[in-house]
Design a binder for this molecule. Structure first.
Ligand SMILES: [Zn+2]
Ligand SMILES: [Zn+2]
Ligand SMILES: [Zn+2]
Ligand SMILES: [Zn+2]
Length: 341
């Protein structure tokens, strides 16, 4: 079953990580906030490696990696700015903490993917929690949710990386969506997602609507667009607001309740009437405007994509592309689908 991590769940996990770390190493959280890599280099149980950006894997949302070892080590791309290296170092420390604590691993058992998405999202939330104090965040992001300009302002006002700011902003999204950080060529430098399938770091988004206008102009643009997933597959239409962020572009995308609009109906299928449903598959309660399935008269659940019909094939979850596929899509010796293998 596909389960798209909610920013709230990642944040709850991150808070538990901070508590556990502070109990084990009093004062470490404060020292990490001052200089994450400098502090981590003093830890005897952990080795910090600086590697070429091209050598970092795609598994993480950042240009870094964690290796369980033994001995455990984390790598961070050298090419990045200090703020970005600190964010990456804290993200990888997040993997280290979670992989070495039974208490922190416990929530993964409840996740249909074994906690893969939650673990990585919690690493981002953990890094952002340490680098961006709550009072500063609430000063810039109000209860309606972030706009691209307020995200850029929060970044200006802090010493944190753009990535940390994106994660904090995604925690305040009023509806499923993304906070995207794009480089000047339209490639995705970082994405923080909330309730929607996560996007691949490095993917090209420069020619999708709104983003193309923003890149060609001042960086400020608004409208509807669809983000691009693997193999050019486009996601659902999202209300989008973008702003420049010193050489980068930040974009806020939501399915509805866009903070920069007076009224935002959900995208895309605003059918005549909505009803509340409880998903027979994942027990999620949802309201849907989508057309109902002709067999069971229930529209698909936005969380897992299933109606109330029993699944026809025994689908398997691919950890590479986060999608369900029929068993024929998997080679005998692999847990990844043919697309990803
Ligand atoms: Zn990671
Ligand atoms: Zn469902
Ligand atoms: Zn059905
Ligand atoms: Zn796959």
């Amino acid at each position: 079953m596909v389960n798209y991590v909610l920013a709230g769940a990642a944040r709850t996990q991150a808070a538990a990580m901070v508590r556990e770390l502070e109990a084990a190493r009093p004062g470490a959280v404060e020292r990490l906030a001052q200089g994450a890599l400098a502090e981590l280099r003093t830890w005897r149980e952990l080795t910090v490696l600086e590697v070429d950006e091209n050598l970092t894997e795609q598994g993480c949302s950042v240009a870094g990696a964690y290796d369980f070892g033994p001995p455990p080590h984390l790598s961070v791309a050298t090419s990045a700015s200090r703020a970005r290296r600190d964010f990456t170092g804290l993200h990888e420390l997040g993997h280290h903490l979670q992989k070495n604590s039974f208490a922190l691993m416990e929530p993964f058992g409840r996740e249909p993917d074994g906690g893969l998405l939650l673990e990585d999202a919690a690493c981002d939330a953990f890094a952002a929690e340490i680098l961006l104090p709550a009072p500063l965040v609430s000063q810039h992001l109000d209860t309606q949710g972030p706009t691209a300009s307020t995200v850029a302002q929060l970044w200006q006002a802090s010493n944190a990386s753009r990535m940390a700011v994106c994660v904090r902003a995604a925690q305040h999204l009023p509806a499923p969506g993304h906070i995207l950080l794009l480089d000047a060529t339209g490639h995705l430098a970082f994405a923080a997602s909330h309730g929607l399938p996560p996007l691949t770091r490095g993917s090209f988004q420069g020619d999708i609507a709104v983003i193309d206008r923003a890149l060609a102009g001042s960086g400020h643009a608004r409208g509807l667009t669809q983000v691009r997933y693997r193999d050019g597959i486009l996601g659902r239409e999202l209300h989008t607001d973008s702003a420049p962020m010193d050489g980068y572009l930040v974009a806020v995308l939501v399915t509805d309740s866009a903070p920069w609009r007076a009224f935002t109906p959900p995208t895309p299928d605003t059918g005549p009437q909505s009803r509340d449903y409880i998903c027979a598959n994942c027990d999620e309660e949802y309201r849907s405007f989508a057309p109902a399935c002709r067999c069971c008269h229930v529209p698909p659940c936005p969380d897992c994509g299933r109606c109330a019909c029993p699944p026809r094939v025994n689908e398997r979850y691919c950890p590479g592309c986060f999608m369900l596929h029929p068993p024929s899509m998997f080679p005998a010796d692999s847990d990844r689908c043919l697309n990803c293998d």
